[in-house]
Design a protein around this ligand. Structure first.
Ligand code: NAP
Length: 485
């Protein structure tokens, strides 16, 4: 962290009610690329979480009564500061999470874009007037902030998963408490430092960092003063947290796991498909919820696609994300590597062919080689599990209806991708895929103006776009009567 231009961005304490809170105990944040200590962070728990909820509750009235313009100005300051410090924020992100610096800086710009976009969209929270059932009545619909929002986020996008939620919440007039993942608290705390510099008032944006995920999670899902809970993470943990939220009937949004199909039809532009598959598969070492999980290739282009894809994978440069030219960094931990390796070994044992990779890497215990498996079939475990690593299983298919059935044969429904130049097929397949987001001749689909989210067991609610703002608003119906007097 010697290379930071602004060393004050590295904060090892929770940020509650506009102040930095230290605790007696602490935990270590380590660099997954080297295993070295990055920081010793104060370990907050249930008591600090309750303080943060109280701060958010106390700040709610004044924040929600500000005009959308006033909130937008402060959020715009926050966006500007994030972009000014993009390099430092990217470095902090790379050393705690592992992704290459260029990708980390891309995440900062992506996260900041939500703050900019929602700051503007907050000015367009329109209601309705609806013709009433009789002449002496009027129906008016207004939208109001839900209240205090609590959130738990994962390690794979330590900045953007928070920015996507906090931006919509703050723009809507809600106050916010987040508990980031234990491995990556520093990016969240740097965001808090910049929120404070931007002039966001005390209590509006709070970050509680601590190892007691369950204890903190119980407060955030069950506290009566919290109106909405929003989670990004795995489906099993999401289900548990929905159950906990039931005790106080909270409004809930869930961004959970995925099992994205990537379909290449015979008539596709194969070079574009290879480029799209590389971006959607190997970004963040394969650790994103929208990562391609199953590559379906039509028989007529199977050999060409596999050959070109293998060449592109062979060109990936593996290493420490801070080193120039590195395109793929470490995974988050050695246990994540072990999980991926187990899945690859089982798939090979079940009859798949290893074309590239297939084991760890000389860079260290957190690295896994970019891997390609062919002759994969949908009954193999890799087809039904979220891989969350740099592994591409290639499955051959012969026709459109067969591949649609295979693609939809999963409990997940987050992202899907397909490549074809046939306009009729574009509509048939886009409408037939049971997923919340579909990339058509495109491997990177997420941006602030578009609704990000899944169906089936990939979750509910949307982040980004005008739909994302609705997730933080309540609709109130006003019935005005007695107008004929
Ligand atoms: P995870 O194990 O579900 O953890 C996510 C967060 O939940 C972490 O902060 C974790 O804390 C916390 N947590 C775990 N158990 C908890 C409990 N019992 N009570 C309260 N909090 C708890 O997921 P992950 O492995 O970190 O992240 C990968 C998963 O996230 C993948 O399935 C991926 O698809 C999904 N994801 C989805 C999206 C989306 O937008 N749909 C985006 C990114 C990732 P600790 O850090 O202390 O474990």
């Amino acid at each position: 962290m010697q290379q930071l231009q602004d060393k004050h961005l590295l904060k090892p304490f929770s940020y509650i009610n506009g102040s930095w809170h230290s605790s007696e105990s602490s935990f270590l944040v380590t660099n997954p690329a080297t295993g070295e200590e990055v920081a010793k962070v104060s370990d907050a728990g249930v008591a600090e979480t309750e303080l943060a909820v109280k701060a958010a509750k106390d700040a709610l009235k004044s924040w929600s009564s500000k005009s959308a313009n006033e909130r937008a100005t402060l959020m715009r300051n926050w966006f500007n500061l994030m972009m000014e410090h993009q390099d430092d924020l990217g470095r902090i992100l790379t050393v705690e999470q592992g992704k290459p610096l260029a990708e980390a800086k891309g995440e900062i710009a992506y996260g900041a874009a939500f703050i900019e976009w929602f700051a503007e969209e907050g000015k367009r929270v329109y209601g309705d007037t609806i013709p009433g059932p009789s002449g002496d009545k009027r129906i008016v619909v207004i939208k109001q902030p839900v209240g205090v929002v609590a959130s738990i986020t994962p390690w794979n996008f330590p900045n953007a998963m928070i920015a996507r939620k906090a931006a919509a919440a703050l723009a809507a007039g809600c106050t916010f408490v987040v508990r980031p993942a234990t491995q990556t608290p520093l990016s969240a705390l740097a965001m808090a430092e910049l929120a404070e510099r931007a002039g966001i008032p005390a209590g509006v944006f709070n970050v509680v960092v601590g190892m007691d995920a369950r204890g903190i999670g119980k407060v955030l899902t069950q506290h009566p003063d919290i109106a909405k809970f929003t989670f990004t993470g795995s489906t099993p943990v999401g289900k548990l947290l929905i159950e906990q939220c039931a005790t106080t009937v909270k409004k809930v949004s869930m961004e959970l796991g995925g099992n994205a199909p990537f379909i290449v039809f015979d008539d596709a532009d194969i070079d574009a498909a290879v480029q799209g598959a590389m971006a959607s598969k190997y970004r963040n070492a394969g650790q994103t919820c929208v990562c391609t999980n199953r590559i379906f290739v039509q028989q007529g282009v199977l050999a060409e696609f596999t050959e070109k894809f293998s060449q592109a994978v062979a060109a990936l440069q593996i290493g420490n994300g801070l080193d120039a030219g590195v395109s793929i960094g470490p995974m988050i931990s050695s246990s994540a590597v072990a999980d991926v390796d187990k899945l690859v070994t089982a798939t090979i044992k079940a009859g798949a062919t290893l074309v590239a990779g297939g084991s760890g890497h000389s860079q260290g215990e957190n690295y896994y080689q970019p891997t390609i498996l062919t002759n994969v079939t949908t009954d193999m475990p890799i087809a039904s599990n979220e891989i969350f690593g740099p592994v591409s299983p290639i499955i051959a298919f012969s026709d459109e209806s067969e591949v649609l059935a295979m693609a939809n044969d999963t409990e997940y429904g987050l992202a899907a991708y397909f490549y074809t130049r046939d306009i009729g097929r574009v509509w048939r397949v886009a409408e037939g895929l049971e997923f919340g987001m579909v990339g058509i001749n495109e491997g990177i689909i997420s941006n602030a103006a578009a609704p990000f989210g899944g169906v089936k067991q990939s979750g509910n609610g949307r982040e980004g776009s005008k739909y994302g703002l609705d997730d933080y608003m309540e609709i109130k119906y006003l019935c005005m009567g007695g107008l004929d007097k």
